[in-house]
Design a protein around this ligand. Sequence first.
Ligand SMILES: [Mn+2]
Length: 309
Amino acid sequence: MNIDQIIEFLMEERPPGMEVDIKAEQVDYVCDAFMQLPAQAHVEIEAPCYIIGDVHAQYYDILTYFKKFGIENVKYVFLGDYVDRGYQAIETLMLLFCFKIKYPDNFILLRGNHELADVCTSYSYNNCLLAEVQERFQSEEIILKLLKVFDYLTLSCAISKKILCVHGCVTSKITSISQIQEINLPFNPCGENSELAELVKGLLWSDPISDLESKDLAIDNYFNIRRGIGELVPEHIISEFLANNNFDVLMRGHEAPEDGFKVGVSGKVWTVFGASNYYKQVNQVQGSVVCEIQKDLGLKMHIFRSDIQ
Ligand SMILES: [Mn+2]
């Protein structure tokens, strides 16, 4: 067994949505190799690169992106939420982990709130990771292994020192990027009430809102009343963080804008979504958006449609 063979097998031509017959031993092997890599809570890369938002187990979407933009000598930042809701979380994780193992500097995999044990093992979500694993492998060990790997996922990534990527949002508790840099991985914030666990959960769960909306809601301590966890972070807090840490823009996933892409907070917060048919009838573009950051930090949006129902 080796990583190249697994990649080749995963990328064989198949009809979109068709399950790939991955064996438990292969999952185990890839997870172990992934955990051997140096794990950093915050990483820095240089543009150009592609930014891909939540893909939610829609494996055919990432295959489409790789086909279009290539793999070798191409940098990707994935913003998290690889699992739940869709039906191919295993294929999605395996391919992304394999590419990370093969090209560690070119594949940045951020952690999303769905890469938390209490989310992806909860049946309150449509087709959670646990349900998929139970159906495909008659083994408790695989889910435990995957949950272990999630604790090694990166929390934030700076692109050319100017664009900061996280899954949810920076929060009122984070004033300096060094607070993220200093986090030692692996780290599991589930079931912990420490300040550090709150900080990490905040990064994964929070949403930005305008100052006006924040004033209207009049909530204490920015509590995220929409999700019950993390913060609703007002514009001025985000702007202050970006200015103090010398960033121009915050790039994040976590929400599904109807057009696959949304700009907020006076142009300083960009939300991108990577699951193409997530909204089905509602999504105005019926597609996802991949954000290309060019070498001069110019921005190009790529819209993808999906025919999968
Ligand atoms: Mn999310």
